[in-house]
Design a protein around this ligand. Structure first.
Ligand code: NOJ
Length: 532
């Protein structure tokens, strides 16, 4: 299948890297990562070979949900620096061929955003209709049975005005009313504000939830066939999520993006259960998202049969001209080194080889490149409101948000020595960037070689995908005309046949440069890229 127009090459062939800014690099010793910290690590990121960074929110926030509750969409939170710092990040990134994407949070604002502060003044307030308000049910209770993703009713009663407002997440994150044209116009201005400054695109927060049923109908009861989270909520979220009208909003932003040179990227947080639903966010392949995160893949086991089936379905159903994304970690899910690999280096390398060799743009999450595992979090360390609420049944998202270990120095090179970071470091003495840079057999060195190989080989960067026959628990696929990727995803050695050419990338570095011709014995949890 065609790789797309030239203007798409940089991102389709590139590798993206998600930064959780609060945990990346602390330049001023306050325990929080910041924009100057990211700038100070740009050389590292450029050497790693990434094409773009996606930054979780750096806009002004009271941090009920650590940035995902925005109080000003057009300014930088002082914890992270200033607009000038952001401009400098964009220009310093450009000098190194690394572009910057920001996070857009359109489903809700902070309750401290001036729009909501005004909306709360009363039923006649200018911004009242910018949010979703409804009268109580006849019994005085919430208007319907919608449940917040973070637990409890999605409705909060506003005593003075006698109405409820909707919050699909925290109570302090009131949902915007996307039926209102003024909200749409305001966001048109917001996306232009950043794109005019040279920001290369957005990752769009919960873009499948943005708009709700206009009649606020009750959700139907969940059944045994529904995903576990819906079963736990007791309802199937069909009226407060995945509404067809969300696509109108995406088409509107895509039309704006297409007027830029180069077009700005729209990457969606499409946290949907079905691949068929994910495909809808690509529209006709050219008029909605450039890419949607594949949570079916993220949530899959590191298992050849299930992963191959997901990839094959994506390949078969993606609209013509569209392009997949692949990722294994982010700030909301356990890191791949823990969740997929159980901390085992061989499995981490296999997972990275999969992400970096499939057809589609890989998104690494900070630390994936060194095999960083989830951090140890005690109850006293908790920062995530969701973890605080559900501890000990659910420990929240802090384990995957612990700071980046840059070195084995005190403070892990994240904050200056003696400063306590906002979340505890994961064992930096054992796994850190500085040590791995020096070690040719480290996970980091493997990741660098894999990214470099991908950039140097048109098949891997942009070529087609096809599955090849292979023994149980192995996954062998061809990319483009002459590149084959073979993975043994089992605890036993396996033989694969039909591999011919030279090994240009291997999870075991010793094998690189060797020729193979036919049957190849593969060690447990190992992978090879063979080029003819
Ligand atoms: C998805 C974000 O990734 C998550 O961190 C946040 O809590 C929710 N959306 C609400 O914005």
């Amino acid at each position: 299948m065609a790789a797309g127009p030239d203007e798409d090459r940089w991102w389709r062939g590139g590798v993206f890297y998600q930064i959780y800014p609060r945990s990346f690099a602390d330049s001023n010793g306050d325990g929080y990562g910041d924009l100057p910290g990211i700038i100070s690590r740009l050389d590292y990121l450029a050497d790693l070979g990434v094409a773009a960074l996606w930054l979780s929110p750096v806009t002004v926030s009271p941090n009920r949900d650590w940035g995902y509750d925005v109080a000003d969409y057009c300014d930088i939170d002082p914890d992270f620096g200033s607009l000038e710092d952001l401009d400098r990040l964009v220009s310093e990134g450009a000098r190194r061929d690394v572009r910057i994407l920001l996070d857009l949070v359109p489903n809700h604002t902070s309750d401290q955003h001036p729009w909501f502060v005004d909306a709360r003044r009363g039923r006649d307030a200018a911004h009242r209709n910018w949010y979703v308000w409804a009268d109580p049910a006849p019994d005085g209770g919430p208007p319907n049975n919608w449940i917040s993703v973070f637990g409890g009713s999605a409705w909060e009663f506003d005593e003075p005005s006698g109405q409820y407002f909707l919050h699909n997440f925290e109570l302090q994150q009131p949902d915007l009313n996307w039926w209102n044209g003024d909200v749409r116009d305001a966001f048109d201005a917001i996306v232009r504000f950043w794109w005019d400054r040279g920001v290369a695109g957005f990752r769009i927060d919960v873009c499948n939830m943005m708009i709700k049923d206009a009649r606020l109908r009750d959700n139907p009861p969940a059944t045994e066939d529904d995903p576990l989270d819906q079963q736990l909520m007791g309802v199937r979220s069909v009226y407060n999520s995945d509404r067809p009208e969300a696509h109108d909003i995406l088409r509107r932003w895509r039309a704006i993006s297409d007027r830029y040179d180069p077009p700005r990227l729209l990457i969606g947080e499409t946290n949907v259960e079905q691949l068929a639903t994910l495909m809808q966010f690509y529209g006709n392949g050219h008029d909605e998202l450039h890419g949607g995160f594949n949570f079916v893949f993220i949530n899959a086991a590191l298992d050849a049969t299930s992963m191959r089936a997901i990839v094959e379905e994506v390949e078969a159903t993606l609209p013509d001209g569209a392009w997949p994304l692949w990722t294994g970690s982010n700030h909301d899910v356990s890191r791949l080194a823990t969740r997929w690999a159980g901390g085992e280096g061989a499995k981490v390398r296999c997972a990275l080889m999969i992400l970096l060799c499939l057809r589609g743009t890989p998104f690494l999450y900070q630390g994936d490149e060194i095999g960083l595992t989830d951090g140890p979090i005690d109850q006293a360390d908790l920062r995530d409101a969701v973890g605080i609420r559900f501890w000990p049944y659910y420990k929240g998202r802090d384990p995957q948000r612990t700071p980046m270990p840059w070195s084995h120095a005190p403070g892990g090179g994240f904050s200056p020595a003696g400063v306590r970071p906002w979340l505890p470091l994961t064992d930096a003495a054992r796994r850190n960037v500085a040590d791995q840079v020096e070690d040719p057999d480290s996970v980091l060195s493997f990741t660098r070689r894999a990214i470099a190989r991908r950039s140097g080989n048109e098949d891997l960067a942009l070529g087609s995908y096809s599955s090849l026959d292979s023994p149980e628990d192995t996954w062998v696929f061809q990319r483009g005309r002459g590149t084959v990727v073979a993975l043994n995803m089992s605890d036993a050695a396996r033989e694969t046949s039909g591999l011919r050419g030279s090994i240009t990338l291997a999870t075991d570095r010793e094998r690189e440069g060797h020729q193979v011709d036919g049957v190849v014995t593969m060690a447990p949890w190992s992978g090879l890229v063979v080029e003819t």
